[in-house]
Ligand binder design. Structure first.
Ligand SMILES: C[S@@+](CC[C@H](N)C(=O)[O-])C[C@H]1O[C@@H](n2cnc3c(N)ncnc32)[C@H](O)[C@@H]1O
Length: 161
């Protein structure tokens, strides 16, 4: 099964699944690290069903949310139907459908360990930042839970900080 097929399959259940992997503290720390300010534009890369997007919209930012999975984006459409300032885009890590220098901040929560080529994915996220923009990656520390590869389609067992 491809990563895209896996996330299409779990999209409806992701809200519950994600709670066993991380808490809202992740979002708060990420926003503090970036120094997010109202009125700015952020990208939520590998947005899933919108954990980071939800917090960014609540802080008054414009959000471009990108994911490979149409099913995840459909969850986003339902969840944030009434939200102004949200732009949903389907795209892959290597070719994000976002212009160079388009955003003040890019966030990628629990995304990097799913991509085939993390250094390339990081370079692409840097490409979309305005000069002086901030990229904040929140992901798993290195671990040895091999079952995450088979059960959750992880490609990498976390990363060295
Ligand atoms: C573990 S989920 C995290 C979702 C969300 N960021 C959150 O905090 O709940 C990883 C997301 O990244 C997306 N993803 C994985 N690999 C991708 C790739 N190569 N290109 C684009 N999106 C990808 C998946 O479809 C999935 O929605």
């Amino acid at each position: 099964m491809t990563s895209k097929a896996y996330f299409d399959q779990v999209a409806a259940a992701w809200e519950q699944l994600q709670q066993s992997f991380f808490s809202e503290a992740v979002r708060e720390k990420a926003f503090a690290a970036a120094g997010v300010q109202k009125g700015m534009t952020a990208a939520d890369i590998g947005c899933g069903n919108g954990f980071m997007t939800e917090g960014l919209l609540a802080c008054g930012l414009q959000v471009i949310a990108v994911d490979q999975s149409q099913a995840m984006l459909e969850q986003m459409r339902r969840k944030f139907a009434a939200a102004a300032g949200l732009d949903l885009r389907q795209g892959e890590a290597e070719h994000l459908p976002v212009d160079d220098g388009a955003v003040h901040y890019a966030f990628a929560n629990m995304y990097l360990h799913h991509v085939a080529d993390p250094p390339k994915a990081i370079a692409v996220m840097v490409r979309i930042l305005k000069p002086g923009g901030k990229l904040v990656i929140t992901d798993l520390d290195r671990h040895s839970y091999q079952f995450l590869k088979t059960e959750h389609h992880d490609r990498w067992l976390g990363f060295k900080r």
